[in-house]
Design a protein around this ligand. Structure first.
Ligand code: ATP
Length: 200
């Protein structure tokens, strides 16, 4: 049974290939509803920088505790960058719900599967590109990718699109062809007449 906070404040998972427009749409959603949503605070084993507060910038932790959380299946996703570990814990998502906000998770397919197996009571939205060709154009247009990272993202995009075809993979799919139209569809599904997916 999911905790009572996530019954009422159901997390929303938004996934979709890199470059589909998730950040663009979420930025607008947060601006339109400044008090409704929250992002979970990630764990990291790196040292805090000046001004970074524990529990706000990150949940700062050490390798031993981090490894134990991995072993206990406490993470939705985790990865290592530059010798430090980073991860999104299930508890961090529940904490957002306990603060009476809808936690929005912008995660990849493997994370989606983890959330499905958890008691987070989430709703799942897939943001699809109009086509792989258009996705490539957007990624190139964003100017953030090398040829190598672009190819990796496109290969991963094919996996995400295959997974999204499976029955029950997501509750809702929105195709981001026209940004205005896609934003309205995402917002209306997330807000759900003011219920945000919770039972009446
Ligand atoms: N409907 C649209 N039409 C054309 N361009 C778009 C549309 N939506 C988003 N874009 C552009 O596509 C690019 C990728 O969008 P964005 O960075 O939001 O993707 P993302 O899904 O968050 O990617 P990542 O997972 O890599 O962070 C941006 O340059 C954005 O301005």
């Amino acid at each position: 049974m999911a905790s009572s906070a996530v019954q009422k404040f159901r997390p929303v998972v938004i996934s979709g290939p890199s470059g589909t427009g998730k950040s663009t749409i979420l930025k607008r959603l947060f601006a339109e509803y400044p008090d409704k949503f929250g992002f979970s605070v990630s764990h990291t084993t790196r040292a805090p920088r000046a001004g970074e507060e524990n529990g706000i910038a990150y949940n700062f932790t050490d390798k031993e505790i981090f490894s134990k959380l991995v072993a206990d299946n406490g993470f939705i996703e985790h990865a290592e960058f530059g010798g430090n570990c980073y991860g999104t814990s299930k508890q961090a998502v529940k904490t957002v719900a306990e603060q009476e906000r809808i936690c929005v998770l912008d995660i990849e397919m493997e994370g989606v599967k983890q959330v499905k197996l958890s008691d987070l009571n989430a709703r799942f939205l897939f943001l699809a590109p109009p086509s792989l060709e258009e996705l490539e154009r957007r990624l190139r247009g964003r100017g953030t990718e090398t040829e190598d990272s672009l190819n990796k993202r496109l290969a991963q995009a094919k996996n995400e699109l295959e997974y999204a075809k499976l029955p029950g993979a997501h509750d809702r799919t929105v195709v981001n062809d026209d940004l205005e139209k896609a934003y309205t569809e995402v917002r209306d599904w997330v807000v759900d007449g003011g219920r945000f997916g919770a039972p009446q």
